[in-house]
Design a binder for this molecule. Sequence first.
Ligand SMILES: Nc1ncnc2c1ncn2[C@@H]1O[C@H](COP(=O)(O)OP(=O)(O)OP(=O)(O)O)[C@@H](O)[C@H]1O
Ligand SMILES: [Mg+2]
Length: 312
Amino acid sequence: MSELIAFDHVTKTYASGDAVQDLNLKIHTGELFVLVGESGSGKTTTLKMINRLIAPTSGTIQFKGQDITSYPIRELRWQIGYVLQQIALFPNMTVGQNIALIPELRHMPKAEVTNRVDELLDSVGLPPEQYRNRFPKALSGGEQQRVGILRAFANKPPVVLMDEPFSALDPLSRNQLQELVLDLHQRLNMTIVFVTHDMNEAMRLGDRIAVMRDGQLVQCDTPQAIAKSPATDWVAEFFAGTKARLMEAPLRKLTAFATPDTAPNRPLTSPDALLKSILPVIAQGEKVTIQTDSGKFKIDAQAVLNFLAANA
Ligand SMILES: Nc1ncnc2c1ncn2[C@@H]1O[C@H](COP(=O)(O)OP(=O)(O)OP(=O)(O)O)[C@@H](O)[C@H]1O
Ligand SMILES: [Mg+2]
């Protein structure tokens, strides 16, 4: 596995302090690499240093074995696709024109561009004959973000940077777009550097995950290795907190099918505890009482089946 991007003792300092501190990191060709951390931990700063939107205060970054400052800046950026958190389609250009933009600027033959655009639209469930000539304002938020992703991939650059591209979307669109990124990554064989503050998203997408905190790299490993042996208590908590939060939404929905309870015989308080204990208990035909923000509820196997049927 060759390395595509390498950070060597990279620090970025602002008047307020270090946004990124002594970062050493290697990103391999072809991997889906995720940077995860809380707000302000230095993820965007790290990402923007790769395509030279931000210059490090000290240290060096290599791209394909060469210092990034040795490339003409345009040549470097042609090779690096970029997807932002907020949708950034050109409103006065159609969907097709938005996706074709970079291949055309790079003088790809017209017929080839048209084919590429149609092929990409097709591959994400947007029939080209219906979507090619529409303007961005005639698309839903999820569809617009889909087109934004295609635009970044259209030129098949060796690497695409994605900065919290799904954080503004509802859970369903988010889920579909995570599938899309996994699929594009697999089919096009490209390197992706993906930023998120959501550990669950990181675990789902990442071949490897870099966990950042206060500008420092705390751990960099495969999702399995991080889950199995978190480097610090903080990583363990960050991971566990995500798991618990993950359970909250389904739990709240599940209560819609349950019976409110005033005299609980088996109170459970945390979603994590729920996960561990509820399933074996209800499988025996018993009811369990759960505690949520909106009160206590009795849950039995039937409530779970109804919930699953309604949410299938
Ligand atoms: N131009 C700037 N001037 C001064 N401080 C900055 C600047 N840009 C970022 N910072 C600071 O650097 C730190 C890291 O910022 P960065 O944008 O990299 O965080 P992040 O991990 O992407 O956070 P978020 O999840 O909120 O996007 C923050 O404390 C931020 O306030
Ligand atoms: Mg950011």
